[in-house]
Write a protein of this length. Structure first.
Ligand code: GTP
Ligand code: MG
Length: 137
């Protein structure tokens, strides 16, 4: 099987886009293996984004990602990691292709609606960070 991990970020949850984003994900051939509404603590967000700790936007990113509820999900599809990143579009919504989730729903480069894993290895790590074995189907 081939999985990726995603979060619908606090901006898109607050803006009422959960249904539309899950709809686009399903229409694009991804099968939902795990799904929940949750909220990251500051410590969770720091750990999840540890690789970005030296970047200038790290504290802003941690504050934003812990600011409100998110939707966490594990998705399955052939070529899931790459195909999902194509579906969400560029990090900066101003540069994202027409029809991508970030083009349609993101507010800005920081508040950019969705996360997508960047490798198979990280997809597994991120899925296990958010879900227990019993929560993944
Ligand atoms: P993710 O799927 O969320 O990992 O996004 P990405 O892989 O397209 O981008 P990257 O991993 O490089 O950055 C992680 C997250 O940090 C982005 O999704 C943004 O939310 C945030 N981020 C990246 N660059 C900037 C920036 O220049 N300014 C701010 N404020 N946030 C940024
Ligand atoms: Mg990334």
């Amino acid at each position: 099987s081939n999985i990726t991990f995603t979060m619908i970020k606090p901006d898109a949850v607050a803006d009422g886009h959960i249904g539309a984003i899950l709809g686009k994900i399903s229409e694009s051939g991804f099968k939902i293996k795990a799904l929940k509404l949750t909220q990251l603590t500051v410590a969770d967000a720091k750990k999840f984004y540890e690789v970005h700790a030296e970047r200038p936007f790290y504290s802003e990113l941690v504050e934003f990602m812990s600011s409100g509820p998110i939707v966490a999900a594990v998705l399955e599809k052939d070529n899931a990691v790459e195909d999902f990143r194509t579906l969400i579009g560029s990090t900066n919504p101003a540069e994202a292709a027409e029809g991508t989730i970030r083009k349609m729903f993101a507010r800005s480069i920081g508040e950019n609606a969705v996360h997508g894993s960047d490798s198979n290895e990280n997809a597994l790590i991120e899925a296990q960070f958010h879900f227990s074995g019993r929560e993944i189907f």
